[in-house]
Design a protein around this ligand. Sequence first.
Ligand code: IPE
Ligand code: IPE
Ligand code: MG
Length: 251
Amino acid sequence: MVKSTSLLATLPSDLERDRLPRHVAVIMDGNGRWAKQQGMPRVMGHRRGVDSLRDLLRCCKDWGIPALTAYAFSTENWGRPSHEVDFLMTLFEQVLRRELAEMMAENVRIRFVGNLDALPPSLQAEISRSMNDTKNNQDVEFTVATNYGGRQEIIQACRAIAQKVQQGQISLDQIDENLFEQHLYTSGLSNPDLLIRTSGEMRISNFLLWQMAYSEIYVTQTAWPDFDREAFHQALLNYQTRDRRFGKVKN
Ligand code: IPE
Ligand code: IPE
Ligand code: MG
């Protein structure tokens, strides 16, 4: 489905290129409510949501934003009805298989973060393949959080570090923010400058708890399946009005 605003192929002139976020994170929320409003089953919202994500990824490439991280499935989302969970797992696998060639063509590197071992084996296989095939691509660093929970990520980092201490590989005083970050799933990735949440909820729902310490938060009422380039343009315009102080005062 081609969206009307897909004409925004180049960076809109009211955005300042040198003040764009370098890393955008997105909580893709509201698929179920969107579908219900259209009189469709919730899962149809997930299907339509894939189109929004595909276009946002292309938009990041077109507008020169080098990193995008999307929240696809949380550790808490296992609590949904099993038919919805099964639908999502199958959808992820189908989309990955279908979009791999396009990601290669667009020079996108895809990476998955989360507790991937608990995903269906066939999905794990597609994940490994896509990460491996795209590992040298450099235009956009695309991270998909799947079976991801911020608390779980922090716990697994603690365990990995504790094990190294126990085995004498590192000493207690070597544990600092830098070392801790190296044990997170997002190791090597910059922290998000901007978090976008669609569909109105003012919460972070266990997403990137450590990494978002100083992210700018933008919440839009627009549901994820309706989030298009114009909606992203509005988010970026809003971002460019922010005064990022990082706890300091102005000179
Ligand atoms: C977000 O949409 C997608 C996932 C969590 C997988 P929802 O499914 O949460 O949609 P709402 O919030 O119920 O409308
Ligand atoms: C957050 O949305 C998770 C994803 C978008 C994958 P939820 O719909 O699960 O969050 P809550 O339940 O509204 O906090
Ligand atoms: Mg939701």
